[in-house]
Design a protein around this ligand. Sequence first.
Ligand SMILES: C[S@@+](CC[C@H](N)C(=O)[O-])C[C@H]1O[C@@H](n2cnc3c(N)ncnc32)[C@H](O)[C@@H]1O
Length: 503
Amino acid sequence: MTPSPAPPVPLPDLVPSLRADLAAAGFTVDGIAEALGPMANDALGREQMLPADLATRDAGTPLATLVRLFTLGRPVPAEAVSAALPTLGLEGLERLGLVTVGEGRVRATCDLHPHADERHSWWVASDLSEMATGAALAPDHVLGIGGASTTLAAWTPRPQVDRALDMGTGCGVQALHLSGHAGSTVATDLSRRALDFAAFNAAVNGLELDLRCGSLFEPVAGQRFQLIVSNPPFVITPRVSDVPLFEYRDGGLAGDALVEAVVRTIGEHLEPGGIGQFLGNWEVAEGADWRDRVRGWLEGTGLDAWVIQRDVQDPAQYAELWARDGGNVPGTPEHDAMYAAWLADFASRGVGSVGFGVVTVQRPATARDTWVELVEESGPVSSPMGPAILAGVRARTWLAEHGDAGVLATAWRCAEDVTEERHSRPGAEDPSVIVIRQGSGLRRGVRVDTVMAAFVSVCDGDLTAGQALEAIAALLEQDAGEVRAAALPVVRGLVADGFLIPA
Ligand SMILES: C[S@@+](CC[C@H](N)C(=O)[O-])C[C@H]1O[C@@H](n2cnc3c(N)ncnc32)[C@H](O)[C@@H]1O
């Protein structure tokens, strides 16, 4: 296998010119979407380059040149590149290590992409994708922004913090997001190449990152943060000679041991009240419940935890996804050897399925019992989800600190996004099913009885929960104590999930 190209170099005298030229060309998420049109842009999202190739082939604009060079990995005439980057020039681009030039053609050594959230936009360099090179990814590949990166970024709670950590930073995408709401950001990776890309990306975006090389939390031994994010190398990979170590997605341990290590040790690096947010895969033994496995990892950590399983795959589905990811073509002997190795690896541990989920942990700021919630939610959710995660952590913490007495003494208000559905048999007077549903966050629907439906309908911030339940019990001629006891766990759940908020 040919060695991977050297990462770009953030030469301080040239980076401002690059930034100015990219901005002037309109090399932004919206600019590219507009230039390509929805069909070609969506096709790129599915890793299909042909429509974007056709849309940019004869356009002749600086933006089209940059897309062809850095997204599609096409050789581009030297004059077109010089015209697209008039301040930096072709020589400057070469000195930054972003391209090589030969026979009047310019080739990108890496991918360069605009990336944005609701309030910021960045440029992010990474290794060229498999789509651009047509070759399988090298084991030391530095990933660009993929589905897992955007999932984690979307689910990350973003309070303003003094110090944040991105563990396994890769090209630095999570660290760029953190820079928007953290006083300082430490970003670590086992891969030197990855850290070089992250350093380049920090410089291009005018940001400072404290970059450290090492495994897991080793580079931050003895240090604590208010927010830790990680899209760790969680892919479960057989440790056999047929399957290489894919450093960019697999931490080199057997099974799900790397995710277990993150769960067990992240708390040592969280300040009181600090939050950790990361993605993971977990193995589930035939006939077992995934919750027991993840709960076991959390035991003794002293952390609050909210684990949301989003997807489950059987061993074959998992093997198909990861044996093919990175460019191994199904049907080839190499691919089939990998597929078989995955199946044998799972069978050796009696694994019946693999869960994928998002983990939120918090080190409690006060002396109290921890809360731990493990749920399955596979449906569509708000994007970004981070605000709902932060609100959910705060609500669960409030519940743990105030108990049932606090819930009853509080006047609650029904959140603006909550609606009620009533379903009845044709001709029936009363509904047989009442569901209250939220329009944002996890977009949960909760089936409630008539008492709870009445309770939610009077939650306008006037009466405390205790007063409202007493009034409803009197109206329905039921025992107030029994009504309260039955309602409290449901009210707590509605508060935790943001259906009810303090008035
Ligand atoms: C899935 S990528 C995530 C990259 C980036 N943070 C993102 O969200 O797209 C995982 C990263 O973890 C790094 N890595 C692999 N093993 C590691 C380890 N033992 N400790 C820390 N980082 C590791 C890889 O080099 C890679 O950059």
